[in-house]
Design a protein. Structure first.
Lengths: 472, 423
């Protein structure tokens, strides 16, 4: 079934159109993005049951208007719209907004192209969370919790979570009238064990561009997550050094996203903050590597147009090891003289748009995982990434993973190290890739920040890869 | 708020808490010295927490569901949302817990020299302050984002909570760049609740120096164990371990064995004894509980557990709210003395304190390697991976102090014998 449009957007669309028309009398280029997002977080753990419907990243209702004034852009964000408000908003934009820092030296942009496009598109789902109902969703999570907590007496807690967001967006300009309705769902199991004063955690996430049909997938991750949490009780600190590593798809995803993806966000090119700007057309990775960003993957960051009204498309970032292009928002593309790629995203209507990733991933290769492990004489299998931080300027890597499994003479020994930090120089790591598995996985349970703020939903992933990595 | 209360009553909701927030902002975005984007926002909405009591197997249980409503919604829309939330609350029944005690207050205007100033003038002052320091011949400001926020918060609940406060804040971030001999940058964030333009100026000056140092750093530290020195915002992050471990939710779930009176630092402390107070940024928390400065850890002994109402209730401890700010007294040693025979990391890619396993870690973007005489060399790359649980008996704090949004205390800390990856 297709996700239905928002009543808020439908009923207020004439007012939004009127606001754009009024502003077009004053400014050459005007756009409006309205959004209506609803969603819930469900959690069952030893501390009890929670259902929350006030997450600011899931529940968002308001609009942002953007005007072009004297070669530069300005934006007003609000959540109150009516016939009376239209006049007030136009007045505030004229008197309070475009007059800000009036005498400052400003960036100079050309007016963006505004091709005539009109559509309404929706993603599809099988089970609507509203129809399934809170009671049934909680009952499913409770069932998983009961099973997880009783699997081993060393399990301290088993936190079972599910989140969904159903959102609608409307983009209006002089020539564009776009609507999209999207739903995604994520799930996760977090299993805690206790080693002295240290709490160890196994993490099993999954996601999809879908509804509550996703809840079937807990069975795929529960047992392995409990097993990992128990194994972590015997983990040791890793002696720092450079190791031959096999990264699981989640760790590959974090390298794709954090280590490389942020470095090809082209608003960083505009600011001269990304080394990738000077490496277009160069080998930056092994010829085994091809990297994409875009909506071809049905995951949590799939949509039809971005927050600046640019239609989304698949972008090949790295083609067989060669950096082809970055990804771009509209304003950055204007500054660089390039085409926008549909990557202009806002945390919500209250924030500005930046260049942001969507679904970002490496293509699978041809190797079998068992052959990859067998090829390692003395190395590690890295699993369960927890976080990472970009360094576009210097292509440095910082990625945290929960565990590393020792491989000796082509076999997993059962010895485990935790926690682990990956560091190094991104092209060195990517060029060192010698094997790529024929199976790949993606996951979109996480949010991506720009620096330390601006959280948007993304997914990332790829195949198992074999590379040399510095670990600490 | 009256409209919401009326609809709550019409829907038969007896127990609730409403938190109304109006947030206005003025935002400026610069690339180099050019203004790239101007923004203003004006947004108001309410979080409505709905509580429903149910009985199961003779036990009284309480469920909660929080929703967001705004003034643009019709009465029917709000009514529908509240009814759905009431049902959701019955689907999330937990062991019974009480709600905050009655608390009434006229609107408190948070004392600050920002109050009464026009937002444009505040923005002007901070922009001017930042660029006044941007005159170095090698290092310069690459980009700058500034946010001036006005918050009007009102909290009203069925149990007699009726409080409100207003505050202004300034936050932002800038990136400093140095192109020679290596092209490098440093990210820096800031948050102020006063017209702290001199603090911003100092931050800019220090960051430009640090960026120039990174531009000449080429070597990694040798892998091994070091006495690691941390300073600035990294102390604030490190202290989240003690805040999290003393949080009632952590204790209730068994993630922490902290209890009032426990000597959390242990016996045979070789370094400085931990002395920490809980500090306050806002007069009330989200539950309408009045927040006041409190003793936290004295000579290594825990004096206070804090946290959300529900978990405090479960543990049978006073309901004092969740704290996120710590206040520490000056340490025992001058910072120059601490910076001997150590690795002083001044810039991480992202320094993280994991309160579950006790590990603090991060990739090193810039560190100063000091020999025993205090002579220093610059290093970059590699990573720090230490345990505060193992290191807390031997911490040394500096006499020099600093003030951050959620930390007031020594500028520098030394932690013994920390694993560092490198060459």
């Amino acid at each position: 079934m297709k996700v239905k449009g928002s009543n808020y957007i439908k009923s207020n669309k004439p007012l939004f159109k009127k606001l754009v028309d009024e502003l077009l009398k004053e400014y050459e280029y005007v756009t409006l993005l309205a959004q209506d997002g609803n969603g819930k977080n469900y959690a069952v753990s030893k501390s009890g049951i929670t259902i929350t419907s006030d997450s600011r990243v899931l529940v968002q209702r308001g609009f942002v208007v953007k005007v072009y004034s004297e070669g530069c852009f300005a934006e007003y964000s609000g959540n109150s719209i009516s016939e009376e408000e239209i006049g007030k908003i136009v007045s505030r934009i004229k008197t309070d907004l475009v007059t800000l820092e009036k005498d400052a030296d400003k960036s100079s942009y050309k007016i963006p192209e505004d091709e005539a496009v009109v559509f309404e598109k929706s993603t599809e789902y099988e089970i609507d969370p509203d129809e399934m109902g809170d009671e049934a969703i909680v009952a499913r999570l409770k069932e998983v919790f009961d099973k997880g907590i009783s699997m081993d007496e060393r399990v301290l807690n088993c936190n079972v979570r599910a989140d969904y967001q159903k959102y609608s967006k409307l983009f209006l300009s002089k020539n564009k009238d776009l609507e999209q309705n999207v739903m995604y769902t994520t799930g996760a199991v977090m299993v805690m064990t206790l080693k002295g004063e240290e709490v160890k955690m196994g993490y099993g996430p999954f996601s999809g561009l879908c509804g509550m049909e996703l809840l079937k997938r807990y069975d795929d991750v529960l047992e392995s997550t409990v097993k990992t949490a128990i194994e972590l009780l015997d983990s040791e600190p890793l002696p720092p050094g450079e190791y031959e590593c096999i990264c699981d798809p989640a760790t590959t995803g974090m390298i794709v996203h954090e280590a490389f993806g942020h470095g090809v966000e082209m608003d960083m090119f505009v600011k001269d903050r990304a080394l990738a700007k000077y490496n277009i057309g160069e080998y930056v990775a092994s010829p085994l590597i091809t990297m994409h960003d875009g909506p071809d993957l049905d995951d949590t960051a799939t949509f039809f147009f971005d927050d600046e009204g640019t239609l989304c498309k698949d972008t090949v970032i790295i083609d067989k090891g060669v950096l082809v292009t970055g990804m771009s928002d509209l304003q950055s593309a204007g500054a660089l003289g390039t085409e926008p790629t549909g990557n202009g995203r806002r945390q919500d209507y209250m924030r500005k748009a930046y260049t942001r990733m969507t679904n970002t991933y490496f293509e699978p290769g041809k190797d079998k995982l068992e052959d990859m492990i067998a090829s390692v004489k003395d190395g590690l299998l890295l699993q369960e990434p927890s976080s990472g931080m970009e360094d576009p300027k210097n292509w440095g890597i910082q990625c945290m993973v929960t565990l590393a499994r020792e491989i000796k003479d082509g076999k997993l020994t059962g010895r485990i190290f935790s926690p682990i930090i990956l560091t190094g120089y991104v092209p060195d790591l990517l060029k060192s890739i010698t094997m790529v598995s024929d199976e790949a996985e993606e996951c979109g349970t996480g949010y991506c920040g720009k620096g330390y703020k601006e959280w948007v939903k993304v997914s990332d992933g790829g195949p198992y890869i074999k590379a040399r990595i510095r670990l600490g | 708020m009256e409209r919401i209360e009326r609809i709550l009553k019409e829907c038969g909701i007896e127990t609730y808490l409403i938190r109304k927030i109006r947030r206005e902002s003025t935002e400026l975005f610069y690339i180099k010295k050019k203004l790239d984007l101007r923004r203003i926002t004006d947004v108001a909405d309410m979080t409505v927490c709905i509580f429903k009591d149910v009985e199961k197997d003779g036990a009284k249980l309480r469920g909660r569901n929080d929703i967001i409503v705004d003034e643009s919604m019709t009465d029917d829309e709000i009514r529908e949302k509240i009814k759905a939330a009431a049902f959701a609350a019955t689907c999330a029944p937990n062991k019974f817990f009480t709600l905050p005690d009655p608390e009434k207050s006229e609107e408190i205007v948070k004392d600050s020299d920002l109050m009464g100033m026009d937002d444009k003038d505040i923005a002007d002052a901070f922009v001017k302050a930042l660029y006044e320091e941007d005159h170095d011949d090698k290092a310069f400001i690459n980009s700058f984002e500034l946010f001036v926020y006005n918050y009007h918060v009102a909290i009203k609940g069925s149990t007699g909570v009726d409080v409100a406060y207003t505050k202004k804040e300034v936050s932002g971030e800038f990136v400093a760049q140095c192109k020679e001999p290596q092209d490098v940058e440093t990210y820096q964030g800031f948050e102020y609740d006063s017209l702290a333009t001199n603090d911003l100026k100092k931050l800019v000056r220090d960051t430009l120096v640090l960026t120039k140092d990174r531009a000449v750093a080429t070597n990694m530290p040798k892998k091994g164990n070091y006495d690691v020195v941390l300073s600035g915002k990294y102390l604030q992050e490190l202290m989240t371990f003690f805040l999290d471990r003393s949080n009632a939710a952590y204790v209730y779930q068994g993630y922490s064995n902290y209890e009032v009176g426990k000597n959390i630092q242990g016996e045979d402390v070789k370094g400085d004894a931990l002395n920490i107070k809980l500090g306050v940024n806002d007069p009330f928390n989200d539950e309408g509980i009045r927040m006041i400065e409190r003793p936290f850890i004295e000579k290594g002994v825990l004096r206070t557990l804090h946290g959300a109402q529900r978990f405090c209730d479960y543990l049978g401890i006073p309901k004092i709210g969740t704290y996120s700010k710590v206040l520490l007294p000056e340490g025992s040693v001058k910072s120059d003395e601490l910076k001997k025979n150590c690795l002083h990391v001044v810039n991480f890619s992202d320094f993280q304190m994991d309160s579950l396993d006790g590990h603090f870690k991060g990739e090193i973007r810039l560190a100063y390697l000091y020999d025993e005489n205090g002579n220093r060399s610059v290093v970059t790359g590699g990573s720090v991976n230490g345990s505060i649980i193992e290191g807390m008996k031997d911490l040394k704090f500096s006499r020099e102090m600093q003030k951050l949004a959620n930390y007031e205390g020594p500028e520098v800390i030394k932690i013994r014998n920390v694993a560092v990856s490198g060459e």
